[in-house]
Design a protein around this ligand. Structure first.
Ligand code: GH3
Ligand code: MG
Ligand code: MG
Length: 349
């Protein structure tokens, strides 16, 4: 017997595949999955447990095939392979989702965590709603006896969920380059480090593209710095169109960009890079009052073939980029692990 608190908004309609994939993409954009514990989130779950008088409180993010807990108060758990458990239902609501007694609720009574140890009985989860209206997960409280929250506790849970969302937003701002809204240099280094660790664990490759706009100084010199900024934004928009959900597109600095491609080995990396190069070559990049034709040079490298750490792979991609410039620009170069190079997709500049 599930119950919404009185005054709760109507449940959101079941999300379509496209909506769910946009939601997952938004969740990945916050770069919080698989990150470690942080006191500012732990403080909020501690407060939620204390105010709601429950032994457990979690910041739960609903990923494609799991729940990832950014913070877990009162329970030593990092993730659960049950995306459709309580939190999976809670993210389809606009208000707190309450299950007073899971053992009496046909949706949850047979779930292993309800039927067996730890015999969860009570759940209340406030949705974590982004400014773009995606629900990433919940701030939830859990108990092992049936119960309810009083109106003050419900309101406190809503407020604390908004505070969790504020922390996630602050993270996002600290990760983004303000001009292009791509990830910044710091996130490039942290993201690459994280992806290399993950790839090492699962035995997968990580591809890296180092991208530099050709003769960009001429844009500033002829049209002015402001038009140059507009052109950089236009290039970033074109790059963003070339990336998949799991890729990390960054502005490394100036007119240099890096795309991290988890799970992408050499052959796929070459063809993805060639697609980026030709996308930019074909695009009309806005600048000043008109548009510009610009090109990029791209250096490629991948983990583990070209380096055994994030910085080593990035250095190898930079060496390849330097060679692409020296060979005439508007081309893709991948260095061989021994340092020789081949121009896989050379075009006359
Ligand atoms: P190359 O093909 O060798 O890369 O030539 P380039 O002119 O692109 O390279 P160079 O490194 O000489 O110049 C980079 C230019 O990018 C110089 C700098 O003014 C410009 N630039 C860097 N950051 C920004 C920015 O944030 N806004 C603008 N408008 N220009 C920038
Ligand atoms: Mg440069
Ligand atoms: Mg350049």
């Amino acid at each position: 017997m599930a119950a919404l608190p009185s005054g709760a908004a109507e449940p959101r309609r079941q999300s379509s595949g496209a909506e769910e994939s946009a939601r997952l993409s938004a969740l990945r954009g916050y770069c919080v999955l698989d990150t470690g514990r942080e006191a500012r989130f732990d403080d909020l779950t501690c407060l939620a447990s204390s105010i709601c008088e429950t032994p457990v409180s979690l910041v739960s993010l609903v990923d494609r095939e799991r729940l990832f807990f950014k913070s877990a108060h009162g329970m030593d758990v990092r993730e659960l392979p049950y995306p459709d458990f309580f939190c999976g239902h809670a993210i389809r609501q606009r208000d707190v989702f309450v299950v007073p007694d899971a053992a009496q609720d046909p949706r949850f009574a047979n779930h292993p965590l309800v039927a067996d140890s730890p015999r969860v009985r009570f759940y209340a989860g406030a949705p974590l709603i982004t400014p773009q209206d995606y629900v990433l997960g919940t701030l939830c409280v859990v108990d092992f006896v049936p119960r309810q929250l009083n109106p003050k506790q419900l309101e406190s849970l809503r407020i604390l969920a908004r505070q969790v969302m504020c922390q996630l937003e602050l993270n996002l701002q600290a990760m983004r380059d303000p001009l292009t809204e791509l990830y910044n240099r710091r996130q490039l280094e942290e993201g690459l480090h994280r992806e290399v660790l993950r790839a090492r664990r699962i035995g997968a490759p990580v591809g890296v593209m180092a991208i530099d706009v050709d003769h960009f100084k001429r844009v500033n010199d002829s049209l002015g710095h402001e038009a140059g900024d507009i052109a950089l934004r236009g290039i970033a928009e074109e790059l963003a169109l070339c990336v998949r959900e799991e890729d990390i597109a960054c502005r490394a600095g100036g007119e240099e960009f890096v795309i991290i491609l988890p799970g992408t080995g050499e052959a796929a990396l070459r063809s993805r890079a060639e697609a980026v190069r030709s996308t930019i070559e074909r695009a009309r990049i806005p600048a000043g009052d008109g548009t510009l034709k610009l090109t990029v040079s791209i250096g490629l490298a991948s983990f583990p073939a070209y380096g055994d750490s994030g910085p080593a792979v990035l250095r190898a991609a930079d060496v390849a980029l330097y060679k692409a410039k020296a060979a005439g620009r508007n081309r893709v170069v991948i260095c061989t692990p021994s340092g020789a190079h081949d121009s896989s997709s050379a075009k006359a500049a």
